[in-house]
Design a protein around this ligand. Structure first.
Ligand SMILES: Cc1cc2nc3c(=O)[nH]c(=O)nc-3n(C[C@H](O)[C@H](O)[C@H](O)COP(=O)(O)OP(=O)(O)OC[C@H]3O[C@@H](n4cnc5c(N)ncnc54)[C@H](O)[C@@H]3O)c2cc1C
Length: 317
């Protein structure tokens, strides 16, 4: 079996769920080696990576890696690709992951696939393109396949790997130091899961009518342990913060369950959510285009349906 590099996403030393998904995917295709870049590495992190199948953990733990935006991570991966000749490199299809994938592709003269929602034998990727309007199957035909996989594309499954640790020394180029992070402001993290990683997302649109009314969307989300999302109409109106916007110019989500309330289903909104596994729609207009992609649709007033739904879910707890 051949080695597959998986770039670890981590925050404050915690391994993010998407990395466990990528390790699970890599395990089905070869021998996963996790690549830890930047500070925060610990025995607990190593144990987590091994629990989800990492046979090796390459560690480049210098502060410098985090200080120079994404360029050092691409150089670290390029060095590992040249030294280890892995069968593929997997990164999360986040904004950062996709930038790293692009830079790595240039450095290693390889092909890159972004926004994969599945990856099979021969590293053939199911890919969602043109704003989610078209699904294609793609394969890298040159160099080392570099694939950016969307969060929630695979359910993480624990399968013990050896987790053998190997320190990596990298001498970063001057070019990698061209842009330096000069300040970090930590965003207050709420109790809800992170939008792009959540297994369930409940989103509200213009139909919600006001910022105050978003509390009914939040209540439904909290009853399900879900993240809250919003359409651009809702964020532009100032009803919900922009960081929660789902769509072409917002976040891309691919949860197990996406509930859209009071959202019409414009192509730009769909672009960010239509690879969700199950889509439930609540809209008072039976002709709303979002019903075209719904697995389950309710035609009705969200102000009646959403609180009833929340109540029923709470009763079952
Ligand atoms: C370049 C560009 C980028 C864009 N990027 C994004 C993006 O990232 N994300 C995004 O979302 N949009 C984006 N948009 C905007 C997009 O085109 C739509 O304007 C937007 O998605 C509409 O939001 P909406 O569905 O909430 O509002 P509307 O289209 O106004 O739909 C509101 C829906 O709520 C329903 N409704 C109203 N009242 C109720 C009620 N009481 N109960 C139930 N249903 C009700 C209505 O029937 C209607 O279907 C972008 C547009 C452009 C041009």
């Amino acid at each position: 079996m051949s080695e597959i590099l998986v770039l670890v996403e981590h925050v404050d030393g915690d391994v993010k769920k998407v990395t466990l998904e990528l390790l699970t995917l890599a395990r089905s295709l070869g021998e996963p080696s996790a690549v830890w870049a930047g500070p925060g590495y610990s025995d607990a992190a190593k144990a987590k990576l091994a629990e989800y199948g990492a046979d090796k953990v390459y560690v480049a733990a210098g502060e410098e890696i985090a200080d120079y935006v994404v360029a050092p991570k691409a150089e670290l991966l390029a060095q590992l690709v040249s030294e280890r000749s892995p069968a593929a490199v997997l990164v999360a299809a986040t904004a950062e992951g996709k930038e790293i994938a692009g830079r790595l592709a240039i450095k290693t003269d390889s092909g890159v696939i972004t926004d994969a929602v599945g990856l099979g034998e021969g590293f053939v990727a199911d890919q969602s393109i043109f704003g989610g309007g078209v699904n294609v199957r793609s394969r890298v035909t040159k160099g080392t396949p570099i694939v950016a996989v969307r969060p929630n594309s695979t359910a993480p499954v624990a399968t013990a790997g050896a987790g053998a640790e190997e320190k990596v020394d990298v001498a970063f180029s001057d070019a990698a130091r061209a842009a330096k992070v000069v300040e970090r402001v930590k965003q207050e993290k709420g109790a809800r899961p992170e939008l792009t990683e959540a297994a369930i997302v409940v989103s509200g649109g213009r139909g919600v009518g006001s910022g105050e009314n978003f509390s009914i969307i939040e209540k439904l989300a909290d009853s399900l342990g879900a993240a809250v999302g919003a359409s651009r109409a809702a964020t532009d109106a100032g009803w919900y913060p922009h960081q929660f916007q789902v769509g072409q110019t917002g976040k891309t989500v691919s949860p197990q369950l996406y509930i859209a309330a009071g959202i019409s289903g414009a192509i730009q909104h769909r672009a960010g959510m239509q690879t969700s596994k199950t889509i439930v729609v609540i809209n008072k207009d039976a002709e709303a285009p979002i019903f075209e992609i719904a697995d389950f649709g309710v035609v009705g007033d969200l102000f009646q349906i959403v609180p009833q739904l929340t109540e029923e879910i709470e009763k079952r707890k």
